[in-house]
Design a protein around this ligand. Structure first.
Ligand code: AMP
Length: 369
């Protein structure tokens, strides 16, 4: 993610993809031009990078010139379009290809057509790297379109937001949703995730989603999901990924306006972690941290057996099921430490001590994020 002035932008089209799009346009146009020497007319400022890359790739002789028209002020296409600057050469009888970085409302294009009306060119073709069909309000034909994109503000590769961002080699898209704080509370069964999540959600105004709790709620209500999950949970095994991922997605969707989430008991596998990244990405957001409560195995077994006396949870009542849950954790879940460490998002916290001591340790980590 990048910040330009007051706004955040997320990666949208990579440098490699832009390069491939430009190459495709070059191939199409070169084929259509046959033996003619075209004049490529770039529209400044936005098209400078596109035109430069385009003509470097163009395999045959060509001429290049620029005209300047500005239609952007800040984020919106403004009503008044500045007049043409720079068309000094005689283009009569020539094949002219306009190279635009982006066409949205089509106002700039209208001005281009007006300007070329009396130039006596043999052929005027329009080529645009990006095209926003939802925003386009005109009828002028677009002869070559690099890529159609949604009607969202983009920067990079020549395109700017209030002067910034033109120099970035890839395309970034404006982040439109509010900033969220999303935490993964991590640790083996009995580490105290649920207890601590209850404090954290109050302090930071976050939605707490415990996949174990959602499964238990479904079991209690005898839903199909509950019946399916029960067979795994009773043995201390993990519920299959796709079932869990679908359920988690639905829980997040129920809280579309959340300030952020505490995920407790999820993700538990690499597939779940990847699904969670995808989900956060679709919300223009991300996981900010995985905070792990670190507790010794024997302490866990003791705690869970103690909890089993009152929790009514079948999987807390039997030591062999408890040990199986801990084994599942080390076999399938503990690897997620590497997943988040690789992104510099893993924070280990000592999970032994009084509840309030541990809460303070967690708060200290979150406050620094
Ligand atoms: P918990 O309440 O987090 O200890 O979870 C209790 C049980 O619910 C686990 O032993 C699993 O059977 C199931 N479960 C909870 N979360 C997940 C998950 N993310 N993936 C698979 N199974 C889960």
């Amino acid at each position: 993610m990048i910040k330009l002035h007051d706004l955040y932008f997320k990666p949208f089209i990579s440098e490699q993809e832009v390069d491939a799009i430009v190459q495709n346009m070059v191939d199409d146009i070169a084929k259509d031009m046959q033996d003619d020497i075209p004049v490529f007319v770039g529209i400044l400022n936005g098209s400078f990078m596109f035109v430069s890359d385009f003509v470097k790739k163009y395999p045959k002789p060509c001429e290049v010139t620029f005209i300047k028209l500005a239609s952007y002020e800040g984020l919106k296409s403004t009503e008044d379009i500045h007049r043409l600057i720079g068309l000094t050469q005689d283009l009569s009888g020539r094949k002219v290809v306009i190279l635009e970085d982006i066409i949205d409302s089509g106002k700039t294009l209208e001005e281009v057509h007006r300007i070329f009306l009396n130039e006596g060119v043999d052929e005027l073709k329009i080529a645009t790297l990006f095209y926003k069909p939802e925003a386009y309000k005109k009828d002028y034909k677009l002869h070559y379109v690099g890529k159609e994109i949604p009607d969202k503000f983009i920067v990079g590769y020549g395109l700017d937001y209030d002067g910034l961002g033109r120099d970035i080699p890839a395309i970034y898209q404006l982040k439109t949703t509010q900033h969220m704080t999303n935490l993964v509370l991590f640790g083996p069964p009995g580490a105290g995730k649920g207890t601590q999540a209850n404090f954290l959600k109050e302090t930071y105004n976050l939605i707490h989603i415990s996949t174990g709790d959602v499964f238990r709620f479904n079991i209690k209500n005898e839903t199909a999901l509950g019946m399916l999950a029960k067979s795994y949970m009773d043995k201390g095994e993990l519920v299959p990924d796709q079932v869990t991922i679908d359920m988690l997605n639905a829980e997040v969707e129920k809280n579309a306006d959340a300030n952020g989430f505490i995920f407790d008991g999820f993700p538990r596998t690499n597939a779940q972690a990847e699904a969670l990244d995808k989900l956060m990405n679709s919300k223009d957001s991300q996981i900010n941290a995985m905070i792990a409560l670190e507790v010794d195995d024997e302490v866990l077994v003791e705690r869970l057996l103690e909890r089993g006396k009152t929790s009514g949870r079948k999987d807390d009542a039997d030591e062999s099921i408890i040990r199986n849950r801990i084994t599942e954790y080390y076999n399938k879940t503990a690897i997620l430490k590497d997943y988040y460490t690789a992104q510099d998002k893993y924070f280990g916290v000592d999970g032994v001590g009084s509840i309030s001591e541990i809460t303070e340790r967690l708060n200290a980590v979150i406050d620094k994020l």
